[in-house]
Design a protein around this ligand. Structure first.
Ligand code: GDD
Ligand code: MG
Length: 343
């Protein structure tokens, strides 16, 4: 099985930790490793090699991070611009054989339970071998509007709804047989491409046009004009909401998309400790907290001290500091928008 790693997101919601030149997946977060490095390591036991689909600007960053974890069997598909996940996955599949089994994963999520993860992947692999498009279902804990929802009965998918409004999301949670789509998929490359051809023929053809014709290469580079000609859409809207071949493997693998500092707080917070502290392992001093609780502190270099404060997100980097109320971290996007306007 081949691990297609989607590595094209810009991750504006973790500013100032993540930047245009250092998207979320490449930021060192836990154990001095990036989520991208953790993704590669997590999939080594279940996949023979990886196919990394990323923007060409991030190629050297990815190669460098791969060498740090001694991973030397990755193939690259380099996009000049992103056209969202459906074209990224389609192009990667077109570079493989129709019968190749693929495990598509994001590069910027957290999975805490490796054993449960591997068990879920093996279950998905068996379903994918039978010609299904397999999704991984996570039990929802709140009505997140940024996710896809899978209505399920065992492995059967009754419906797939991408990004519902909050009322609909809450009604799904109340019904009990809905899962969050984790953004990971398992299928045969050819089965996915046939479904894409059926439901999004223009995208399928534009991707075919964009694929270089000169055979197998370790680095496949897509040209800007042919990439621009590909319609932009996510796999969820283009295929998953429509296909009748979708199956789900419900799993409890300690998954988080770490899509905001509030989500990061939940992962860093340890029972019994007053504050959630994420510091760089090597040289940053421990934050000092006087009568302060329930704060997230990300300390990279400087000494941080908090006095008499609660429920804050304090994110310090070498050239920018973010201070926000807990619960408001979705608004960080607005900060990035403002910075882009000023630039
Ligand atoms: N190479 C490449 N090119 N990668 C991309 C591109 C692109 O154009 N666009 C997105 N990606 C990568 C991102 O880096 C991320 O790892 C993954 O694909 C998913 O893209 P997101 O932009 O994060 O998708 P989303 O959060 O809106 O929704 C997806 O993930 C949710 C779970 O986090 C959907 O699959 C939802 O259904 C799902 O619930
Ligand atoms: Mg996402």
């Amino acid at each position: 099985m081949i691990n297609i790693i989607l590595c094209g997101g810009s991750g504006t919601r973790l500013w100032p930790l993540s930047r245009t030149m250092l998207p979320k997946q490449f930021v060192r977060l836990f154990n001095n490793r990036s989520l991208f490095q953790d993704t590669v390591l997590r999939n080594q036991p279940v996949c023979s090699h990886s196919m990394i689909v990323s923007n060409k600007e991030q190629y050297f960053l990815a190669v460098d991070q791969l060498s740090q974890i001694h991973s030397h069997n990755a193939q690259f598909l380099l996009e000049p611009v992103g056209r969202n996940t459906a074209p990224a996955i389609a192009l990667a599949c077109m570079a493989l054989d129709a019968d190749d089994l693929v495990l598509v994963t994001t590069s910027d999520h957290l999975v805490k339970n490796q054993a449960a993860y591997e068990a879920a992947v093996l279950e998905a692999k068996a379903l994918a071998e039978q010609g299904n498009l397999v999704t991984f279902g996570i039990k929802p804990t709140y009505p997140e509007v940024g996710f896809g929802y899978i209505e399920a009965n065992g492995h059967e998918v009754l419906s797939f709804k991408e990004k519902p409004d909050v009322k609909t999301a809450q009604s799904y949670i109340d019904q009990g047989n809905y899962y969050w789509n984790s953004g990971m998929f398992c299928f045969k490359a050819g089965v996915f491409l046939d479904e894409l051809k059926h439901y999004a023929p223009e995208m399928h053809q534009a991707c075919l046009n964009a694929m270089p014709k000169d055979g197998f290469k370790l680095e496949i580079r897509i040209e800007l004009d042919t990439m621009n000609a590909i319609p932009e859409d996510s796999i969820d809207y283009a295929v998953m909401e429509k296909s009748r071949k979708v199956k789900v493997v419900p799993c409890d693998m300690g998954w988080s998309d770490l899509g905001s500092f509030d989500a990061l707080f939940d992962e860093v917070k340890q029972p019994g400790l007053e504050n959630a502290v994420l510091s760089r392992l090597d040289d940053s001093p421990e934050p000092i907290c006087i009568d302060s609780s329930n704060n997230l502190i990300v300390a990279r270099e400087r000494q941080i001290a908090l006095v008499d404060v609660e429920d804050l997100l304090v994110i310090d980097t070498s050239d920018a500091i973010l201070i926000s109320k807990k619960g408001s971290s979705q608004k960080v996007k607005a900060v990035v928008a403002q910075i882009k306007k000023q630039a």
